[in-house]
Design a protein around this ligand. Structure first.
Ligand code: G3P
Ligand code: MG
Length: 245
């Protein structure tokens, strides 16, 4: 993919609909879509039996009514959990979403997806590899592939071996030593960085190297304007009710 071929909308709804609905559920995607969003970010990991499903944390405590590590449960158990009631009564009973269910929703509506690979500890490479394989299968024959991103370079290495053709992006919360070389070695098409890291020099460096520059998580107008002024290619936001794409 060359920069000229970048197919993703500039505004991307974080975890489906930010904080307005239970994050990383189909209900959140539906709400984000109602707000006019055509591109979404979500976090994925593996169940014990290697189903790819949406969850941000290592544990189930914050976003379901269960507790403990998600990685030790089979999908048959995970799919029965309430992943909505913690948010508000209106969403009680909302289930965890499989990547397959989210893919069906996005493909039917022609929405773009940024899949953040969020491996359970110790499963970094395997998660990248399995997520990429599953995504390649789900999006087979589609013109716009999902963008695979991760803070974990090992997960992106796994994604590269699982489905090399799917575009990759390194997530950065700091500009750690050697990040740029990693981006190149992993043949990334983009960097998705904490919005606080961006200045003109960083955007120019990325663009000059043929990379796209995306920022997370951009929730106020002033920050959004300044990033757009710098030429950012994508903004990931929770504020889907305030920023209209
Ligand atoms: O992918 C961008 C953003 O989601 C990274 O941070 O913790 O919200 O997954 P986090
Ligand atoms: Mg994320």
């Amino acid at each position: 993919m060359t920069p000229a071929e970048w197919p993703y909308p500039r505004w991307i709804a974080h975890r489906g609909a930010g904080k307005l609905a239970p994050e990383n559920t189909l209900a959140a995607f539906r709400l984000g879509a109602q707000c006019g969003y055509r591109a979404f970010e979500c976090d994925v990991k593996l169940s014990r039996d290697n189903q790819v499903f949406l969850l941000h944390d290592d544990t189930l405590d914050r976003t379901t009514h269960a507790s403990g590590d998600a990685a030790v449960r089979a999908w048959s158990e995970l799919s029965q959990l309430d992943a909505g009631g913690w948010h508000s009564r209106a969403f009680a009973g909302e289930p965890l979403a499989s990547l397959a269910a989210i893919a069906a929703f996005c493909l039917r509506n022609r929405f773009a997806l940024n899949i953040e690979i969020k491996p359970s500890p110790g499963r970094e490479r395997e998660t990248g590899e399995r997520v990429a394989r599953e995504a390649a299968k789900l999006w087979a024959g589609q013109t716009v592939a999902p963008l695979l991103s991760s803070f974990a370079p090992e997960s992106l290495a796994g994604a590269m071996s699982g489905a090399a053709a799917l575009p990759r992006a390194l997530l950065l919360d700091t500009l750690w030593a050697g990040w740029f070389e990693r981006v190149q070695a992993l043949e990334c098409v983009a960097v998705v960085a904490n919005h606080k890291l961006f200045d003109r020099a960083l955007v120019e460096r990325l663009h000059a190297s043929g990379l796209r520059a995306l920022a997370y998580t951009v929730n106020d107008e002033k920050t959004a304007q300044s990033l757009l002024g710098l030429g950012l290619d994508g903004l990931i936001t929770d504020a889907v009710d305030r920023f209209s794409p």
